[in-house]
Design a protein around this ligand. Structure first.
Ligand SMILES: [Mg+2]
Length: 267
């Protein structure tokens, strides 16, 4: 008997599964800071120190909280996460697509993953977390229950490392990811990977997946993000674009089913 074939759908989080950046529903209102003001600050520091923007974002969250005397703990984050607004069809879509695969393709093992630059604490406490095989996101090192240093800062190019980890079955940070493993011997060959993201920070991931024989989709929530998607399609960074709508019968759901059927047919 052959091993069941694994197909992985990898999602970005903010703007892909959530309507706006999840920070807009959680940390920013809690710290009483406007998103525009915060990102302007990140930008300024980036220019001043020539630093990585995810590290600046993680540091500023802690600094602003400290200055304003707001505590950031896992418990508080867990509570804030309840305010997140998801895009249409989330989370019901996950149950539906899993049932669809189980019913129609018994030999296929469908996995869902999230790779996000945002805080792991937010993503892991969100209501989509339970559908995920694994979540890769930026996270803090906690000392006495307090975040004090970054453990992992997931910028746009580090995202691609996790795609290789998923493909090679080396999902723990201590597992060597650079060993050569033939595609046919990988738990999830690239041709079985579908990447869904909403924006510029997903470009390296979309390109890595597409250029290695996988499938990339850019999703949008409004006319501005549609423009970004149109550009990505025109530049050949993605195969498809669709509205971030995962509801029953949506264009995106149909597209995903079509890609899955194509992967199965070509294997
Ligand atoms: Mg995003």
């Amino acid at each position: 008997m052959t091993m069941p074939e694994t197909i992985a759908i990898i999602y970005d989080f903010d703007g892909t599964l959530t309507k706006e950046s999840s920070l807009n529903y959680t940390i920013f209102p809690y710290l009483k800071i406007k998103p525009d003001e915060f990102w302007e600050l990140v930008n300024k520091e980036m220019q001043k120190d020539n630093a990585d923007w995810i590290l600046i974002f993680m540091r500023l969250v802690l600094e602003i909280a400290k200055n304003k005397k707001f505590k950031i703990t896992q418990k508080i984050l867990k509570k804030l996460v309840k305010n997140i607004i998801y895009v249409k069809g989330i989370p019901q879509y996950f149950e539906r697509i899993n049932t669809y695969i189980n019913k129609n393709f018994k030999d296929i093992n469908l996995r869902h993953y999230i790779i996000s630059g945002n805080l792991a604490e937010i993503v892991k406490f969100s209501k989509v977390a339970k559908y995920m095989k694994n979540i890769f996101a930026s996270s803090y090192y906690y000392k006495n229950g307090k975040p004090v240093f970054p453990l992992l800062a997931v910028n746009e190019t580090l995202k691609t490392q996790f795609i290789f980890r998923i493909s090679k079955g080396r999902e723990k940070m201590y597992e060597p990811v650079n060993d050569f493993i033939e595609h046919s011997k990988r738990p999830v060959p690239f041709k079985n990977i579908i990447y869904i993201g909403d924006g510029l920070t997903d470009i390296p991931s979309m390109a890595v997946v597409k250029n290695n024989g996988g499938h990339s989709i850019a999703v949008y929530n409004d006319t501005d993000s549609k423009k970004v998607c149109d550009k990505l399609l025109k530049e050949g960074r993605v195969h498809f674009i669709a509205k971030a709508d995962y509801s029953k019968g949506s264009k995106l759901e149909k597209l995903l089913k079509r890609i899955i059927a194509l992967i199965i047919k070509n294997n």
